[in-house]
Design a protein around this ligand. Sequence first.
Ligand code: FMN
Length: 342
Amino acid sequence: MDLSTNYLGLRLRTPLIAGAGPFSQTHDGVRRLEDAGASAVVMYSLFEEQLTLDHGQLLEFLAQGGSYADTVARFGGKRRINMSPIDYLEAINAASTAMEIPVIASLNGSPDLRWTHFGRLLEQAGASAIELNFYYVPTDELLDSTVLELRYVETLRAIRSQVNIPVALKLSPYFTNLTAAVRALSSAGADGFVLFNRYYQPDIDLDTLRVRPHLTPSTPHDIRLALRWISILQGRIPASYAATGGVHSSDDVLKLMMVGADAVQLCSAILRHGVEHIRTIESGLRIWLASRQKSSIADIKGQLSQAKSPNPSAFERAQYMKTLESYEPDISVPAVSSDSTS
Ligand SMILES: Cc1cc2nc3c(=O)[nH]c(=O)nc-3n(C[C@H](O)[C@H](O)[C@H](O)COP(=O)(O)O)c2cc1C
């Protein structure tokens, strides 16, 4: 059974990538992901704040063209914050040297040119690709969305111009016209898209009356956002597409591959079930494909993308009314909760 796939120009043994998360924070963690069957690993992110807050001199040095070796030699001793950019480079270097699977570096920040010089060092350290995570919550009511999108494009271009390895963008779904934004970013050199970034929403603690960050693992329902958008984008804008968010089982992977994903990224599923779950998902893929007499996962890829779907409107507004009409209330669940005061 051939489960191989091409993602960002990288030949992967299976579509099952370990997404950015806590497991890659140690070298042993990366090794365990590889041993458990991950076909590539996205390292935990290096955050813009780690590059800009305490590392003005480092950024200046990079802007002047400092290489990986020079940078480690000059700044290696200065570890002033918990995880320094140098630690990150060394982690990438160690992982990419020791592992056979591609190691993808992750840069996480707002669209801003100040931290883009670092891309070059990630390539020199041995990263097979860079995943650029634009995690940005715009709150400036005077910032026009086209201006903001141009900043995304410029930030990508700045990194793209410095590296020869593929660059993927991990985006949020909050664009007025996602298709147009993806087209602009693809034209500016993005090799692929990771859909979607999960924005963690704050919550209120009613005991302490404080706002607190709230990180909940995803559920399989969450894949539907990527399912819709990969299906729509895949036939329109040629690029690699990886799904992230809610991929927990082989069924989820099959659905995403059917709409045209090249790969999926696993995070919550590994946190919940352990790294061995990667192998369980792989077995599930093999069993399902064999039951349909398919010899490779490529045989099902894209067969239900919007362009090929017998019901293309299912992915757009036209299906909205039908979906609402098809709702049947579950009579076993009380319509009004007992503590409702309204
Ligand atoms: C504990 C935790 C740490 C994460 N760290 C990162 C990170 O460093 N960089 C990043 O781009 N995404 C990070 N993510 C997001 C995941 O890579 C992934 O996109 C998201 O959790 C949705 O996928 P999932 O449903 O498989 O969890 C993290 C998620 C969790 C739960």
